[in-house]
Design a protein around this ligand. Structure first.
Ligand SMILES: *[C@@H]1O[C@H](CO)[C@@H](O)[C@H](O)[C@H]1NC(C)=O
Length: 370
């Protein structure tokens, strides 16, 4: 699920609920649009590892500042970490304010970061605490462990919170036993499946509950879940159907975000017949009429897919964006709800010697011709 679906995968349901709660329209402020502005590009000759950067995530804090992070393939030693960048001008300029380092395993923080600001207190963590969940993996990729870190000062300092799940070698291969930040797990019945865990204190985590598995195919590898709440109190849960449908993006609509397994499943297909493949991300904006607009990004296309009929499978429309396609792009709706949306991406899966982190800020109304 969205936030959580990383480590927080668990929290996922919980957090995602709160993420989409109460978009209070406030004073309309004009956020300038931005086209594919590079915010970080590693030096080409300093030992950075293929693919240099990947899998970017961002969040807008209550203060209005934007925070971003990504998979960062810096030379080892020292261990890899999640860089924390901040923008106070709507994504136009960014500075590194800190990094989140593995303080418990000695492995580094390597894959699948996720950022989330707590809207309410959980356990000892007050509302406003910024969380990073991600996959701690040693240099030889022999183990996987989803850990959560917290910052009580908007991302300047970080401390370990808890560990959600542990698994085997970090290879996306049937028969291996990794856990992935996007909450994909292995089970002897399934090459890969999606599951969540929940928490009420950020410290202890429930046992696994399956979200998507394919009882007809061991080789199916559903992956990369993302979830958001819709105004009719349904949730849209998007994922990639690898191993069974070429990683095409599918989605489910469910009243209960903790009960995805039994929900009906659809292939995302636009009214023009196009589909998108890999690593979806999904948000909901109040822009665009009574139902608002679902916005879905996939990994294979620069274009976004929008739906103004609450996920009706016959109502997806494709629109251009200035942001290049990337593996695991993500999107942030600006809190002032003026219809501006940030898209962040960091290039493609290896091999790549050209990946960089960039952002675009688009105006949804203009994009959709409203
Ligand atoms: C809102 O979504 C419902 C359900 O798909 C649809 O019947 C209705 O036409 C939509 N309303 C608008 C204004 O698009």
């Amino acid at each position: 699920m969205r936030l959580l679906h990383n480590a927080i995968a668990c929290l996922t349901g919980l957090l995602s609920l709160q993420v989409s709660a109460s978009p209070t329209p406030v004073e309309k402020r004009q956020t300038p649009t931005i086209s594919n502005r590079v915010i970080f590009s590693p030096p080409s000759n300093a030992g950075w590892v293929d693919p240099r950067v990947l899998y970017a995530r961002a969040v807008q804090l209550k203060s209005g500042a934007l925070i971003a992070t990504w998979e960062n393939y810096s030379p080892e030693p020292p261990k890899v970490y999640f860089p924390i960048y901040k923008s106070t001008d709507g994504g136009a300029s960014w500075t590194q304010i800190s990094k989140v380092e593995d303080t418990v395993n000695g492995w580094g923080l390597r894959y699948q970061p996720y950022l989330y600001q707590l809207p309410v207190a959980i356990g000892d963590y007050p509302a406003g605490t910024l969380l990073v969940a991600g996959n701690s993996i040693p240099t030889d990729l022999s183990k996987t462990k989803i850990d959560v870190y917290a910052s009580r000062d908007d991302g300047v300092t970080w401390s370990f919170v808890s560990s959600v799940a542990s698994g085997g070698v970090a290879q996306p291969v049937n028969g291996q036993t990794p856990v992935w930040g996007a909450t994909a797990y292995r089970d002897s019945k399934y090459g890969q499946k999606l599951a969540h865990q929940t928490t009420t204190d950020l410290k202890s985590w429930s046992s696994l509950v399956d979200d998507v598995h394919d009882t007809n195919s061991y080789a199916a590898r559903p992956g990369m879940p993302a979830i958001t709440k819709l105004p009719n109190d349904n949730y849209i849960f998007a994922y990639e159907a690898c191993g069974s449908d070429g990683c095409r993006v599918h989605y489910r609509l469910t009243r209960n975000p903790l009960e995805v397994l039994s929900a009906p499943s659809y292939t995302l297909r636009s009214t023009a017949g196009s589909t998108t493949t890999s690593s979806p991300f999904v948000v909901w904006s109040s822009v665009g009429g009574a139902n608002g607009t679902i916005i879905l990004s996939g990994g294979s296309a620069s274009n976004i897919f929008v739906n103004q009929k609450l996920g009706d499978p016959s109502a997806w429309v494709e629109h251009k964006t200035p942001q290049p396609n990337a593996y695991a792009r993500s999107m942030v709706l600006f809190q002032n709800d003026d219809g501006k949306m940030l898209i962040i991406g960091a290039g493609r899966l290896p091999p790549s010697s050209t990946n960089y982190v960039s952002v675009s800020v688009i105006d949804l109304r203009t994009t959709m011709g409203l």
